[in-house]
Design a protein around this ligand. Structure first.
Ligand SMILES: C[S@@+](CC[C@H](N)C(=O)[O-])C[C@H]1O[C@@H](n2cnc3c(N)ncnc32)[C@H](O)[C@@H]1O
Length: 214
């Protein structure tokens, strides 16, 4: 297990992640606050009504419960993460009647095709050993007409980018160029693909078309 994965499995990180670690590191990486990221997540996923939502690599549930607040009766957000300490923290701090947590691997999501109306994965694909496999899994479990939104690392395709990628890979982190996720979404047949880059983070969202729109 590499350093990044070890860190995510540490109870000490789970204890400080939502209040200190995420706000600080993501602000440095993107110039954005958690509040802004949460607000944009709701609009990217077009949350409303009794939607079924999946939050992949949910950590301590810091987005999971927030997203559930935009759903009406019958709506539900499932958070999946492989880290037991993160899930314990999620259950302690971010429980709600419209939220549930499960332990699982983003690369083999334990859900049938087309289960969710919206699927997201924030701040985690750069930690997952097979990030493109995980992204395809998210698309698989998304229902036709549903929305997908991710946020992950971004690096420019130049010498500085190559050096940064090398340095990051030593600790188990991966940096992605501008094309990889929009191209993957396009090849999977997704539409309405939108990408925004903020410093070292990229935000990509898209729609899975209904069969009559494909
Ligand atoms: C930086 S946290 C992100 C938490 C939250 N989504 C956020 O945006 O703040 C990354 C999470 O990814 C989880 N993770 C990493 N690899 C995973 C995998 N293969 N399957 C499920 N979760 C994974 C880690 O356990 C950790 O909780």
């Amino acid at each position: 297990m590499n350093l990044a994965r070890k860190t995510m499995n540490a109870p000490a990180l789970a204890a400080v992640y939502e209040r200190a670690w995420r706000p600080t590191l993501f602000y440095l990486a993107s110039g954005r606050t958690t509040g802004t990221d949460r607000h944009d997540a709701v609009s990217a996923l077009r949350l409303s009504g009794p939607m079924k939502v999946l939050d992949v690599a949910c950590g301590p549930g810091n987005f999971t419960r927030y997203l559930s607040g935009y759903l009406t009766k019958g709506g539900f957000v499932t958070g999946v993460d492989y880290s037991a300490p993160m899930l314990a923290k999620a259950a302690a701090d971010n429980a709600s009647p419209r939220v549930g947590y499960a332990r699982g691997d983003a690369r083999t999501l334990p859900f049938a095709d087309g289960t969710f109306d919206a699927v997201c994965c924030f701040g985690a694909l750069y930690l997952i050993p097979d990030p493109l496999v995980a992204t395809r899994e998210m698309i698989r479990v998304l229902a036709p007409g549903g929305r997908i939104a991710i946020s992950t690392s971004y690096v420019e395709d130049n010498l500085f980018g190559s050096a940064s990628s090398l340095a990051a890979s030593l600790s188990g982190l991966r940096l992605f160029d501008r094309d990889i996720f929009p191209k993957l979404f396009d090849r999977a047949g997704l539409t309405e693909i939108d990408q925004r880059v903020h410093r070292f983070m990229q935000y990509v969202d898209a729609t899975k078309p209904r069969s009559d729109q494909a």
